[in-house]
Design a protein around this ligand. Structure first.
Ligand SMILES: [Zn+2]
Length: 86
């Protein structure tokens, strides 16, 4: 089994790309007071981005990824299933 499964509620993990703009959509698997994290199949295994001071609201964040796996924009879904840890 892969260690990098995304939450199935966000969609089939094989459908990494949105049909319209092909921006990858990831699920935030963890949120703390200052940042959220999403898993990545790269060597590091995950990436974290600042949450803009709002750890509570469910939303989709757009970020520019520095990871070669994406090489550009990525969207991260923060849902009611994203664990808030602090
Ligand atoms: Zn990565």
């Amino acid at each position: 089994m892969s260690n990098f499964q995304d939450n199935p509620s966000v969609g089939n993990p094989n459908n990494k790309f949105d049909g319209e703009n092909e921006t990858p959509l990831k699920w935030a698997y963890e949120m703390d007071k200052t940042q959220f994290k999403y898993r990545c199949p790269c060597k590091k295994g995950y990436h974290a981005h600042g949450n803009g001071g709002d750890p509570d609201t469910n939303r989709v964040e757009h970020r520019s990824s520095h990871c070669a796996m994406y090489g550009g924009d990525v969207r991260i879904a923060i849902t009611e299933e994203t664990p808030r840890v602090w």
